[in-house]
Design a protein around this ligand. Structure first.
Ligand code: ATP
Ligand code: MG
Length: 649
């Protein structure tokens, strides 16, 4: 891939770490040197520092049968014991594990000792329902304490969980249950969203009615008291099962490569893939990255990741990474604008949150709502901010740091995927001089390259493909039930190396900038243009809150740039808006990048994990009926865009 070199994103001087912060930072610069000198030795060190092994491993990595890796060979552990029991055993049972905040305002504080008892009871309850090591359990729950308990109970038993996002339809749930052949489904009556009770159990009933021969029981958490249909003999109340279960459970040790979970990717680019993760390597890398990238100390920090447990971020940075570190964290059930658009900031103030991890889509939404909402609250407890999921445009990065981080907090833009299991490219707070909009450097222990079509490293400044050249502990071990798709998708394009599917370039300092999916790269009159760069140019205009750019077939230029923008709160579209935005892009990147058309929209189509679905916008721009919309949060968004498109194009 050769894209037009641009300078827009490289501008802005790096922000050096604050000396006071650096002096007490968890991460130290020598991590890079140690990892570079002896990568496997470095991972062995991390494995012993962050994880308690019942049987020590004999080899760090077995890569004799690529792309099938075995990490920490011979090691045995129990993941749930690492996340819960060992903190209680170390005398920290009274420490708060979870500050739960329900959307209606109800709260619940769960200490590590209480979490320990809940997980043990749940493990016994699952055993009573026939769940054994090697089985799969589907979890279809919103953000509740029980969701975390359910995942840990599976881990404790050596059964793999498959969490299905609570917003998915019965069809999506049915296909995921059957793909994994789950024995048990754990769900709840319902939850709260935007001030109203929702229901989940009906979707499970419908999913099972479509045929799910592997499922023998449904375990139902009571959350909001909504009426549920009941299938005698199949359905069991969670609270009754846990009450009946013994409060003690003796945990077994499992092999480092015992499956921990299957999780389906978000489906931005096509049919979701059932990504398989195992135990030892996954826990090592999630624990190590949580500690170093977020600069956390259990005694000092209150951590909050706003993701849903239905996504990999919820797995790695709500459940496994933070709990392995014995952190205190916030779990919030609802939406950021209930009862008002300052809900998140009221939570930060209330619990004195010190580390906040969220997604660019949320930051851009807050920008659109305006600064008055965060301004209502005392956010001075925040020390470190994180971002994940998409490119964070420099404009959004600067807003996040200035408005939420008081111009003071480091921001870790973390690049990783469901497949990588844990963070891969990110600055280290206190060590790395930060650049707005760049994920910057592979973490110590990770090796990444930007290469051309032939697999050769591209010169700095030139765009190419992001590849991972060495295996890493939390790497996926396969696609569930589809060995060939695993090899074809990730390992065939550049043999021996992992192809991430994302475009990237290095700047003059060697820092990495993500450029969007390679499928989304446009070719305009022979010039390759990156969606991410044009979107960032649009978002840098003071009127624009969010932008999505796609390439549409064009008779003269091959492809033409078509942009969809959301204006910031208080900005109305005027007669000159579109022309002004086109000129702004031309000024920022060059005339070649000027969008052929720009449509001002109220919402953009997003996956349920908050990512922009460019393939649907491409359909609209090319006057096709939009394709599969089942992973969209709100399919009416597409109707509105399609209706408005005739006038705009
Ligand atoms: P599918 O693979 O089914 O299309 P998906 O790729 O959206 O779905 P995820 O694994 O949740 O599913 O997302 C990983 C992708 O998100 C990365 O490949 C990358 O494109 C994007 N991404 C994540 N973090 C960042 C980041 N910090 N900067 C830029 N892009 C990011
Ligand atoms: Mg992907």
């Amino acid at each position: 891939m050769t894209t037009e070199p641009t300078t827009q994103q490289d501008s802005g001087a790096p922000i050096s770490p604050d000396p006071a912060f650096a002096a007490q930072a968890v991460a130290q610069a020598d991590l890079y040197e140690r990892a570079a000198a002896d990568r496997l030795g470095f991972w062995a060190e991390q494995a012993r520092e962050h994880v308690t092994w019942d049987t020590d491993f004999t080899d760090v990595l077995d890569w004799s049968n690529p792309p099938f890796a075995k990490w920490f060979v011979g090691g045995r552990l129990n993941v749930a014991v690492n996340c819960v029991d060992r903190h209680v055993a170390a005398g920290n049972g009274d420490r708060v594990a979870i500050h739960f905040e329900g959307e209606p305002g109800d709260t619940r504080t769960v200490t590590y000792a209480e979490l320990h008892e809940q997980v043990q009871r749940a493990a016994n309850a699952l055993t009573a329902l026939g769940v054994q090591a090697g089985d799969r359990v589907a979890i279809y729950l919103p953000m509740l304490v029980e969701s975390v308990v359910a995942m840990l109970a599976c881990a404790r038993l050596g059964a793999a969980h498959s969490v299905v996002f609570g917003g998915f339809s019965a069809d999506a749930l049915n296909s995921r249950i059957n793909d994994a052949e789950a024995k048990l489904v754990i769900t709840c009556d319902g939850s709260y969203r935007r001030g109203k009770p929702t229901t989940l159990k009906p979707a499970v009933d419908a999913a099972l009615a479509k045929g799910a021969p592997s499922v023998t029981n449904v375990l139902v958490v009571q959350r909001n008291g909504e009426a549920v249909d009941w299938v005698e003999g199949r359905d069991v109340w969670w609270h009754e099962a846990l009450e009946a279960a013994a409060p003690q459970h003796e945990a077994e040790s499992f092999d480092a490569e015992n499956p921990l979970f299957i999780l389906y990717t978000s489906g931005t680019t096509g049919k979701p893939k059932g990504i398989l993760h195992t135990s030892g390597g996954y826990l090592v890398q999630t624990a190590y990255t949580t500690k170093n990238v977020f600069d956390v100390e259990p005694e000092r920090d209150v951590y909050w990741c706003t993701a849903d447990i239905g996504w990999v971020t919820g797995h790695s940075y709500i459940v496994y990474g933070p709990l392995a570190n014995g952190l205190t964290q916030v779990v919030y059930e609802g939406t950021p604008d209930t009862p008002d658009k300052d809900r998140w900031w009221s939570i930060v103030e209330k619990y004195r949150v010190s580390v906040l991890y969220t997604a660019p889509t949320a930051i851009r939404t807050c920008m659109k709502w305006g600064e008055e909402f965060p301004a209502r609250h005392d956010l001075s407890s925040l020390r470190v901010l994180g971002s994940v999921g998409e490119n964070i445009n420099p404009e959004a990065w600067n807003w996040y740091r200035r408005v939420i981080g008081a111009g003071r907090t480091p921001i870790a833009d973390t690049w990783w995927q469901t497949e990588t299991g844990a963070q891969m490219i990110a600055p280290l707070p206190g060590v790395t001089a930060l650049k707005a909009g760049s994920a910057q450097v592979p973490l110590p222990g990770i090796v990444a390259e930007v290469v051309d079509d032939a697999g050769e490293p591209v010169p700095h400044g030139q765009p190419g493909y992001l590849v991972l050249t060495e295996p890493w502990p939390a790497m996926l071990r396969g696609i569930w039930g589809d060995e060939q798709r695993f090899k074809d998708t990730y390992w065939a394009r550049f043999p021996g190396r992992y192809f991430a599917g994302d475009g990237a370039k290095r700047d003059d300092d060697g820092d990495i900038w993500l450029l969007g999916r390679v499928d989304d790269v446009m070719n305009v009159s022979g010039h390759r243009l990156s969606t991410a760069e044009i979107e960032s140019a649009l978002v840098s205009h003071p009127d624009v809150a969010e932008a999505a750019v796609v390439g549409a077939t064009d008779e003269t230029t091959g492809q033409a740039v078509v942009a969809f923008v959301i204006l910031r709160g208080g900005h109305e579209q005027g007669p000159g808006t579109v022309a002004d935005l086109r000129n702004h892009v031309a000024g920022q990147i060059g005339p070649i990048a000027k969008p052929r058309s720009i449509m001002v929209v109220a919402e953009l189509p997003k996956t349920r994990s908050g990512k922009i679905m460019r393939r649907l916008l491409r359909d609209v721009a090319e006057h096709r009926q939009p394709g599969d919309v089942t992973t969209l949060t709100d399919s009416s968004v597409m109707d509105a865009i399609t209706a408005g498109m005739g006038a705009a194009l």
